[in-house]
Design a protein around this ligand. Structure first.
Ligand code: SF4
Length: 362
């Protein structure tokens, strides 16, 4: 490339890059790169930046993370969502610790749990000087616009084009900083809507900007249809305002998190009967009252949660059992989900005293 695009990109980056807590000199510590990449996936960088220092304080090294209890790791991810990432991060730390050393190439790193091509390339480039470009959605968008390629976001063709484009720039300015600069450009200047082309170091070679069609690229990602589910949850509250939570031990969703007992409703199943059987299974067959429904989304699923609230006030306060815990819903000491806060609001509106739905017969 003869137009110095790579050099201009690096100069632009050095002048105005965002200060993020993991951005140190190269080569970086691979553990720090991995944690920051996992935290920043599908989360705004500023949110990840706020959570990163505390996570590193609690788990300052790969060895500490590998030896940590998964519950503590999930708890540290509270607020960022995407607990599956936290679980995979913990597994990856265990795999690397067992191996005794970090793999150093993108190909080897891609074999670790939770390492997709992007994370593998990012760790290899930023920590080990690898030249395989990490292509995230930001790089893909910049590529589609500079080349005016009408390809859908997430498509293999756009991924290949993004790698080729990043390689060209990297050949001119061979430093891992180039990859980080390209991602930063997409995150801050070449935004999905209203890109600030006047401030862009790639303006001189951008075909879409020249044609005034930047926002037409890339094409939208092919949409995965959303599933609709209905769940029933049981909110059992003691006079001290603590609520019974159960650790989710099975199923693909919310694994390892602590929530009020819940179950998915099959077609034709009665919410009230399901609520009472959940309360019985929890050991608290108390009268229940319906609370306003709560909407909760998990990846491509839209879940309507039908809560039923009951008072455990007249029942004995039992010893805690493995996998069950009475917790302050506003400040649980176990990892939970934002669904808990939504249920707390909904159940604050419920009539806790027996009303429409008497206790099911034992
Ligand atoms: S010139 Fe505009 S559209 Fe082209 S890469 Fe830069 S910000 Fe994006």
């Amino acid at each position: 490339m003869a137009d110095r695009s790579g050099e201009r990109l690096i100069e632009w980056f050095r002048r105005g890059r965002r200060e993020l807590p993991w951005r140190g000199p190269f080569p970086r510590d691979p553990y720090s790169v991995l944690v920051s990449e996992v935290m920043a996936q599908q989360t705004q960088a500023q949110r990840a930046a706020a959570a990163y220092p505390e996570f590193m304080r609690r788990f300052p090294s790969l060895a500490v993370l590998a030896a940590a209890d998964i519950g503590d790791v999930l708890h540290a991810f509270a607020g960022l969502g995407y607990y599956r990432r936290a679980r995979l991060l913990h597994q990856a730390a265990g795999a690397i610790a067992a191996r005794g050393a970090w793999p150093t190439t993108a190909g080897e790193l891609a074999l670790l749990p939770g390492f997709g091509p992007y994370t593998a390339a990012a760790v290899a480039a930023l920590a080990f000087g690898g030249d395989e470009p990490p292509v995230d959605g930001n790089v893909a968008r910049v590529t589609a616009r500079v080349l005016a390629r009408a390809l859908p976001l997430g498509s293999p063709e756009l991924l290949r084009a993004g790698r080729a484009f990043a390689r060209e720039l990297h050949a001119e300015a061979p430093t891992p900083e180039l990859f980080e600069a390209l991602m930063e450009l997409g995150a801050t200047v070449c935004a999905p809507a209203s890109p600030r082309c006047g401030a862009c170091p790639l303006l001189a070679r951008c075909a879409a900007a020249a044609a005034g069609t930047a926002e037409a690229f890339p094409l939208p990602r092919a949409r995965r249809s959303r599933e609709r589910r209905r769940w029933v949850a049981v909110w059992l509250e003691r006079p001290d305002r603590t609520v019974l939570l159960h650790r989710v031990d099975e199923g693909p969703l919310l694994l390892g998190l602590w929530l009020p007992p819940f179950a998915e409703l099959a077609d034709g199943e009665e919410p009230v009967a399901t609520a009472h059987s959940l309360a019985r299974a929890a050991g608290w067959p108390v009268p229940l009252a319906p609370a306003p429904a709560v909407r909760h989304a998990i990846t491509h699923r839209d879940i309507l949660v039908l809560p039923f609230a009951g008072s455990a006030g007249r029942a004995r306060i039992s010893e805690e059992r493995e996998g069950w815990s009475w917790q302050d819903p506003g400040n649980p000491s176990v990892p939970s989900s934002t669904m808990l806060a939504k249920l707390a609001v909904a159940c604050g509106q419920a009539c806790i005293e027996p009303s429409l739905f008497p206790s099911a017969k034992e």
